[in-house]
Design a protein around this ligand. Structure first.
Ligand SMILES: [Zn+2]
Length: 364
């Protein structure tokens, strides 16, 4: 597993580099095919080609979907500063936790199952997309189409925290941009003629932060602001990028309504609001809880204890869950530092969690 993982990490695959992604996809396709899957690539004009690998199972049974992505947030060349390495019981490297370990776990769980009982489990479809880290624009339709035919979705994103809890709820995610246009003027000569886009934007920012309702799981974060040109010029242009998170699907519409109802304080400025919620929340449904309980029982037979957790981060599991398909997330690597320089997995958990995944697939 370690050798396969090393190889997968050493073929860097940033979300925005098609050539690199396709190279990584070709490697993964070969590895899945070697383990008995029928592999097909869904070719994309600009995004990396998405990968589907199908393993046969019990005749007539609805398949299970193993879901993941092989794009990473790390640009090409990251390996030079952050090489794949094993140290103190951990493997380090770009994308090792999020989520190349999860992909390798899929391969080895299927290998174990197929060597033990050829076709006693449900058919298994593996779907790996290439733009998850940038919103799954091209992956989403494929993920949704595949999930609709499946009994349940198991997402091999990293587990939560070093204790490795599974994820039974994820917040929905959205982005809004507030763009204010004012009127430029010399700050000394023509002050009264100017209309500061920065001042107007500041007032709008204070408005949207009032939408936050922590108890409800709804947060609004103005994360990036731009605006103005020089200190002696009244700013004609300013905009702000806002991240929103919601715990309940029903809150998306209300939030949308609030953003669209924003009005300028200064009638000589204009305000343009774009964006919206792009990942619905993965709510803790009955189906998800049932899957979690099954995973917990299987873990117990292996001598492992397993907890569940909710997270503010989104994944492709949000889409499948929103369709009503029971979805369990966080079944991948256990470690820490996703998207950070200390990204790593705990090696002792790699075979254990893979065994648990195999048992879970077998029991569904
Ligand atoms: Zn991920």
């Amino acid at each position: 597993m370690l050798a396969t993982l090393r190889q997968a990490v050493e073929i860097e695959s940033p979300s925005d580099d098609k050539a690199a992604l396709d190279q990584c996809g070709a490697y993964l396709a070969r590895e899945f095919a070697r383990r008995g899957a029928k592999v097909s690539m869904h070719s994309q004009p600009t995004a990396g080609d998405h990968l589907k690998a199908e393993f046969p199972g019990r005749a007539g049974a609805k398949p299970l979907l193993l879901l993941g992505h092989f794009d990473t947030v790390w640009p090409l060349g990251t390996l030079e500063k952050m090489p794949f390495r094993v140290e103190n019981g951990r493997a380090y490297g770009p994308g090792v936790l999020d989520m190349k370990a999860g992909i390798v776990m899929m391969m080895y769980a299927m290998r174990a199952l197929r060597s033990a009982n050829e076709a006693n489990h449900r058919p298994v479809t593996v779907l790996l997309d290439t733009d998850e880290e940038i919103g799954s624009t091209t992956g989403r339709p494929l993920v949704e189409a595949e999930a609709r035919n499946c009994e349940a979705v198991l997402v091999l994103e990293p587990a939560q925290g070093i204790a490795g809890a599974l994820k039974t709820a994820r917040k929905g995610v959205g982005d809004y941009t507030l763009h204010v246009r004012g009127r430029a003027a010399h700050a000394g000569v023509d002050f009264e003629k100017g209309r500061s886009a920065i001042v107007e934007l500041s007032r709008q920012i204070l408005e949207v932060t009032k939408f936050t309702d922590v108890a409800r799981g709804l947060t609004v974060n103005p994360g990036v602001i731009h605006g103005g040109t020089r200190t002696n010029v009244i700013a004609a242009d300013a905009w702000c990028e806002v991240d929103v998170r919601i715990a309940r699907a029903a809150d998306a519409q209300e939030l949308e309504q609030k953003f669209r109802s924003l009005r300028v304080f200064d009638p000589d400025c204009t305000l343009e609001v774009t964006g919206g919620v792009n990942r619905p929340p993965m709510e803790r449904t009955e189906g998800t809880v049932r899957l979690f309980r099954t995973a917990q029982e299987q873990a117990k037979t292996l001598g492992l204890s397993l907890d569940e957790a909710a997270t503010g981060g989104g994944s492709d599991g949000n889409f499948t869950s929103a369709l009503g398909v029971p979805t369990l997330d966080g079944l991948g690597g256990v470690g820490e530092g996703a998207h950070a320089v200390h990204e790593s997995i705990l090696l002792e958990q790699l075979p254990r969690r893979t065994a648990m995944l195999a048992c879970l697939i077998e029991s569904l």
